[in-house]
Design a protein around this ligand. Structure first.
Ligand code: B4P
Length: 190
């Protein structure tokens, strides 16, 4: 059973490549960003709290995200056949929680696909998306905070997963198809 983490900066193509991976490998897609945006849209208590963090480019607190993820895993039987985790974990405590949750199911993270993209390109992609997405976090000021948060709070995870021998670096520049071809190679080797 494959449990794949797709990892990278905001704008690195996590959502885009996850869509391609689920089509080919039939994994259950969990995007914490998408789940949070649905909560915001539905005006739930979690959505209202999350909105305050997301619009400032900050991470939503670990305990809320971990609880949210546990609920998604528990309420979807198909997750037992393999999952692509998109945008989770983003901190070391989230990675530890994921390890424990998967262990309870007799599973583990199979691989971490790290999309590596230059900063200028990230900003360019997110500004472009902002012209159509209507997302409160796709504007230059918030994009800069998201990148700072990524460097300070999320990049330590790269070393964490290198230590666990799970990290697979993918050059995330180029066409969507060429990047997917590199990801396929890594997944097929697992
Ligand atoms: P996310 O929804 O995960 O947003 P993101 O990091 O910006 O990634 P996204 O998936 O949207 O972008 P992608 O790289 O696919 O999170 C939003 C916010 O929610 C976070 O900032 C945080 O506040 C909160 N949150 C989510 N998860 C959390 C967690 N675990 N803990 C705490 N808080 C959490 O794509 C970007 C764009 O690039 C797209 O428009 C795409 O079309 C384009 N693109 C992709 N590949 C391309 C290519 N090869 N060439 C050109 N363009 C490309």
């Amino acid at each position: 059973m494959l449990n794949i983490v797709i990892f990278g900066a905001p704008g690195s193509g996590k959502g885009t490549q996850s869509d391609m991976i689920i089509k080919k490998y039939g994994l259950f897609h969990i995007s914490t960003g998408d789940v949070l945006r649905a909560e915001m849209k539905n005006g739930t208590e979690l959505g209202k709290i999350a909105e305050g963090y997301i619009s400032k480019g900050q991470l939503v607190p670990d305990e809320l995200i971990i609880d949210m993820l546990a609920k998604v895993l528990d309420s979807n039987e198909e997750t037992k056949n393999g999952v692509i985790f998109d945008g989770f974990p983003r901190t070391i405590p989230q990675a530890e929680a994921l390890k424990a949750m998967l262990k309870e199911r007799g599973a583990e993270v199979s691989a971490v696909i790290g999309l590596e993209v230059e900063e200028e390109e990230l900003i360019d992609r997110l500004i472009k998306r902002g012209q159509v997405s209507g997302r409160s976090d796709d504007n230059l000021e918030t994009i800069k905070s998201r990148l700072d948060v990524y460097h300070n709070q999320t990049t330590p995870l790269k070393d964490y997963y290198i230590n666990e021998k799970k990290y697979k670096a993918i050059h995330g520049m180029g066409t969507i198809e060429s990047i997917f071809a590199a990801i396929e190679k890594e997944i097929d080797n697992l």
